[in-house]
Ligand binder design. Structure first.
Ligand code: PLP
Length: 385
């Protein structure tokens, strides 16, 4: 995917480069699948078939039925659709929403906005290591709870949450409550099995984290829940009325291609990611004063650490001059202090000097070494706070 050997792109949790195979599926679809998939003549049937194929491919990666997958414009839309779509119709019998204190803004702010609709929203903070205490979360779920949500993998630390236990626990406390999972960072990094996660009612994924383009995503909605979810807007019958609007056939086909490829390579990548992560951790241990903020159970793709002495933005700029691209946390926070590290109770210095590295299969040991070299030099050259 990468052609420039001097480019060390280590911010794949923010976005990934589009896979050339995915790009060519999209380019072909733009040229050939031009018809409106809802029309009745042959070219339209072809476009509809491409969408059906993509739906089956995405469903296979989630171990769910094809008709439980709805295409959307992005992870943000999928999360908003699930939260508001589930909460509003349940207002007739309940008013409590329970989410974690470290959700992506597309869940956190969507949940908070439900306060304006009369809901009480409880945010359960993570433990100091960034993981969620399942029992503490479940203790908040009661008969008045209409909606609960927890992300599968945190975008800033890579912390993995025990979705199976949370799903079973939410349903045991209140079978009518909707349980939503933001799996944008988990998809095609960890195996997802919605047959095993029987208590998960909806789950969001996004294309641009898995080498498809920005502007396409999907929402799984369990068949039994479809009728209890209201659509975000009114329109045509597309996506069986849950997400109206003429389908983006080329990008949906691209998402399907990325899903199929991501599934085929999941096992091989797991080994490669673990090796890169181990190399980075070993290198960081040789540098003075580094604190690793990611928990032990984090996915190997993501490693968050703090230098303790150089402001995040200063270090990001410095590394950028050496062709090494990392972030200070979530790209959506645009340089604001990390709300995940804040929720973990990290002290000010750790938060202000945090860096997030996130790998994909294109990364090599040389990328890690370039980063470590940049960190070593920067720790000497840059002004300490
Ligand atoms: N959820 C998580 C955990 C994310 O990391 C992101 C993007 O960074 C999103 C949701 C939003 O996805 P999108 O950028 O496709 O709207």
């Amino acid at each position: 995917m990468r052609t420039d050997p001097h480019l060390h792109y280590l911010d794949n949790a923010a976005t990934t480069m589009v896979d050339p195979e995915v790009a060519s599926v999209i380019a072909r679809a733009v040229q050939t699948l031009w018809a409106n998939p809802s029309s009745l003549y042959d070219p339209a049937v072809e476009a509809q078939q491409a969408i059906d194929t993509a739906r089956a491919r995405v469903a296979k990666t989630l171990r769910c039925r094809s008709d439980e997958v709805y295409f959307t414009a992005c992870g943000t839309e999928s999360n908003n659709m699930a939260l508001w779509g589930a909460a509003i119709p349940r207002r007739a019998w309940g008013s409590k929403v329970v989410v974690t204190g470290f959700e992506h803004p597309s869940v956190q702010l969507a949940a908070r906005a439900l306060r304006g609709e009369g809901f009480t929203v409880v945010e359960v903070p993570p433990e100091a290591d960034g993981t969620l205490d399942t029992a503490k979360f479940l203790a908040q779920v009661d008969k008045n709870t209409v909606l609960a949500a927890c992300m599968a993998v945190n975008n800033e630390t890579g912390a993995v949450q025990d979705i199976a236990a949370l799903a079973a626990g939410v349903k045991a406390r209140n079978a009518r409550a909707h349980f939503h999972v933001d799996a944008v960072q988990a998809w095609l990094r960890l195996p997802i099995d919605l047959q095993a996660w029987a208590g998960v009612d909806s789950l969001a994924v996004s294309g641009h984290k898995v080498h498809a383009p920005k502007g396409v995503g999907a929402l799984f909605v369990r068949g039994s829940q479809r009728q209890t979810l209201c659509p975000p807007y009114r329109g045509g019958h597309q996506e069986r009325g849950l997400r109206p609007g003429t389908e983006n056939t080329p990008y949906i086909a691209g998402l399907g291609a990325a899903a199929a490829k991501g599934q085929q390579t999941l096992r091989v990548r797991a080994r490669q990611m673990a090796d890169l992560n181990a190399r980075l951790r070993a290198g960081l241990a040789q540098l003075p004063g580094i604190t690793v903020n990611s928990p032990q159970n984090a996915v190997p793709e993501v490693l968050n650490f703090s230098t303790g002495c150089v402001n995040s933005q200063t270090f990001i700029n410095y590394l950028g001059t050496r062709g090494v691209y990392v972030s200070g946390g979530s790209a959506c926070d645009k340089g604001e202090p990390s709300h995940t590290l804040q929720a973990m109770g990290c002290d000010e210095r750790i938060i202000r000097t945090a860096l997030r590295v996130s790998f994909c299969a294109d990364n090599t040991p040389e990328d890690v070494d370039a980063l470590l070299e940049g960190l070593r030099a920067g720790l000497q050259e840059l002004q300490h706070i």
